[in-house]
Design a protein around this ligand. Sequence first.
Ligand code: C5P
Length: 315
Amino acid sequence: MTSAAVTPSSVTVRVPAKVNLELLVGPPREDGYHPLATVYQAVTLFDEVTVRTAAEWSISVVGPQSVGVPADDTNLAARAARRLAAANGVVQPVHLRVRKEIPVAGGMAGGSADAAAALVACDQLWGLSLSRPALEKIAADVGSDVPFLLSGGTAMGSGRGEVLAPVLAKGTYHWVFALSEKGLSTPAVYAECDRLRSGRPVHQPSPSPEMMTALRSGNARALGEALSNDLQAAAISLMPEIGDVLDAGLEFGAVGGVVSGSGPTVAFLAEDHESALDLAVSLTASGAVQDVRRATGPAHGAHVVPTSRPVSWPT
Ligand code: C5P
């Protein structure tokens, strides 16, 4: 008997959100993208993407953060799946079901996370077994943050964010995320950053020694002090209430606070689990924020959720 690979009829992949611990932005490149020196950390706030073989391509979006997410071909998860199919001569359509917990247009790479999850899920469903570099290449074509969401953990990103390098990071960090009911457009925030810096010299970015030292120490206070984001001023300029949220979190005992990516989510670092609980309660009670979520980092990147298999009992 030959051992033909058994391809499943559906695959579910869980994928984390990310926060940028440091996001240094250089002057715009000729292609419009900005060179970055960033440190990503994946956090335990998860979306899930399930793919199943279908007669036609389709997508549905469900879950607490699904409002405003396109359920059509423009969805990043659908674009990623189509690209993977095209690059590998796959003609089998799939239905994608995206379950969203990661805030939309919040600076936590929710769309990119779903794209990474779709790549891992379809790779398994279609029995492609692509190498990690091959998946990363397609991921980078789909979006700058997508390769990081494949690997997760804590990593340095350069280029436009898609070139990853490992960083030495110790410990588990306790985060409280202040969500906003409105989103911010990433291109608009980069454009505002350029506008605010026009007339000033902007250098090529390189990672700060403070951030690397803090990560090696595993100390939340040191990391809290080293958090920084060149897009923060631009996000606050477009949405001034972000500044009030930052002030509130620091007043309530966060050891650090920073706008996550292009915002408007604000990421607060707490000293430990108890302090994170207290901070979340204080922020909620103050009415300064729309909604809060607690999470820890680092978290694993996109990974297949094992399905329960039928058990065969001896007779
Ligand atoms: O790569 P991605 O599609 O996620 O980027 C979305 C937008 O964010 C880009 O079209 C660009 O306007 C901006 N961007 C940038 N520089 C980067 C990453 C993103 O200007 N390094």
